[in-house]
Design a protein around this ligand. Structure first.
Ligand SMILES: [Zn+2]
Length: 419
């Protein structure tokens, strides 16, 4: 892995710009380098004495540089020019956007500027361009999961819901599933997406951005695209009653409908649909399956080492007791991973389908556990996760972050009933 030319091993961070005049060049190098390294956010944070640059990579925020306030002010001014902001006095909350490397294909930066006690704080969200579209086989899912997702996409109709917290790879999975279907088909499939905003270009699909400020939300978008003879429809997110009902109707009337919901588990997503007023029989009849995804942080291969597991780690993952030397891996952080100990991420997922009892199971006020009893884990996440820990790809601490994924230790004698 390459190290940024700006990185200074003695400070363990990036070298700050040498003088304020250099700061604009420095900023463009920083944006370019971190964008190429799939950073998702850059924070330019003003502090009392100086300013800090924070970068989010693999879901984790790290401080990568400190630099003088004079340089900060110049960089904020530069960002305002790039983002076509109008307030140069620094008294207003502002938003803007600009393309990276001169074209939208290479990605886009969304800029937000907010006045704070010590000056203006800028956050840049870096979006990957068309080249950032990931193939289904590249998401890091277990091969059995990839095959099950392909089979689900080949069904003539039904609702496929991708669930998980923010930054869990929900939309990357949906994009990849649609792209996979279109690539395999060998003929056009009428595919329409309704998104807020369009995060990535999807070759072969008609992508429609919604505009809530003009009354064109997900529900209106869905009604409009149904007149366009669609076979596959992607609705960015289901978050209100109208969208839920329109999506279920579409999935029951000969359309393959994919969408995402911001919940930790499959059962919570179904309870949310109920709360939005969707009928239990409609949910049960429309639902093809739910994908619950997370992104696991891969340990940095440059600074990874192994050691014996602690009793706490063994309590978390009882399988460790049976491993040779009870060895697990951890990473201390190095130049190559900018001190984070992580390098890249890969997808972990479970595929869940309704049991025939789901419609009854959703009636009345239901707890997550009660609904879970009416769902079947066709592919469980746990075996893949334990393999990744055993092979030293992730550290045991990563397991603790996975709230909402079914990670219950298999009961003695019960075995892996989910596979
Ligand atoms: Zn490292």
């Amino acid at each position: 892995m390459t190290v940024s030319p700006l990185y200074s091993p003695d400070v363990g961070k990036l070298r700050p710009p040498e003088n304020p005049e250099q700061s604009i060049l420095w900023l463009s190098e920083v944006i370019e380098w971190f964008h190429a390294r799939s950073a998702t956010d850059l924070h330019l944070q003003p502090c009392e004495e100086d300013a800090a640059l924070w970068v989010r990579i693999d879901g984790q925020l790290s401080e990568v540089a400190r630099y003088p306030n004079a340089a900060h002010n110049r960089m904020i001014a530069r960002l305002k020019v790039l983002g076509r902001c109008t307030d140069y006095a620094g008294e207003l909350v502002q938003e803007g956007r600009f393309s990276l490397n001169g074209s939208t294909d290479s990605g886009e930066a969304r800029l937000s500027i907010v006045p704070t006690l010590w000056g203006e704080k800028a956050v840049l969200r870096l979006l990957q361009g068309g080249g950032g579209l990931r193939k289904l086989d590249e998401l890091g899912f277990a091969p059995e999961l990839t095959e099950v997702l392909r089979a689900a996409m080949d069904l003539p109709q039904g609702l496929i819901l991708s669930v998980g917290p923010s930054g869990s790879g929900k939309s990357a999975a949906i994009y990849a599933m649609i792209d996979d279907l279109l690539t395999r088909a060998g003929h056009p499939i009428s595919t329409i997406t309704i998104e807020d905003p369009i995060e990535q270009s999807l070759p072969g699909a008609a992508q429609v951005p919604i505009d809530s400020s003009r009354g064109f939300g997900f529900a209106e978008g869905l009604r409009a695209v149904l007149r366009q003879d669609p076979e596959v429809i992607m609705v960015g997110e289901i978050r209100d009653t109208e969208t839920a009902q329109a999506a279920l109707q579409a999935a029951l009337t000969g359309h393959q409908l994919l969408s995402s919901m911001h919940t930790l588990s499959a059962a919570e997503a179904l309870i949310r649909l109920r709360q939005m007023g969707a009928a239990t029989f409609e949910i049960a009849a429309a639902l093809a399956g739910l994908l619950n995804t997370r992104l696991l942080r891969r340990l940095c291969p440059q600074c990874k080492s192994t050691r014996e597991a602690t009793p706490e780690e063994e309590a978390l993952i009882p399988e460790i007791a049976g491993w040779e030397g009870r060895q697990i891996a951890e990473a201390a952080g190095c130049e190559s991973c900018l001190g984070t100990g992580h390098a890249g991420r890969f997808g972990l997922g479970e595929w869940i389908v309704p049991k025939s009892t789901l419609a009854d199971g959703l009636k009345g006020q239901q707890s997550v556990q009660a609904v879970q009893a009416h769902l079947e884990h066709v592919i469980a996440a746990r075996p893949t996760l334990i393999d990744a820990v055993r092979e030293g790809i992730v550290c045991p601490a990563e397991v603790r972050r996975l709230a909402g994924i079914a990670l219950a230790t298999p009961q003695r004698g019960a075995g892996e009933t989910t596979e």
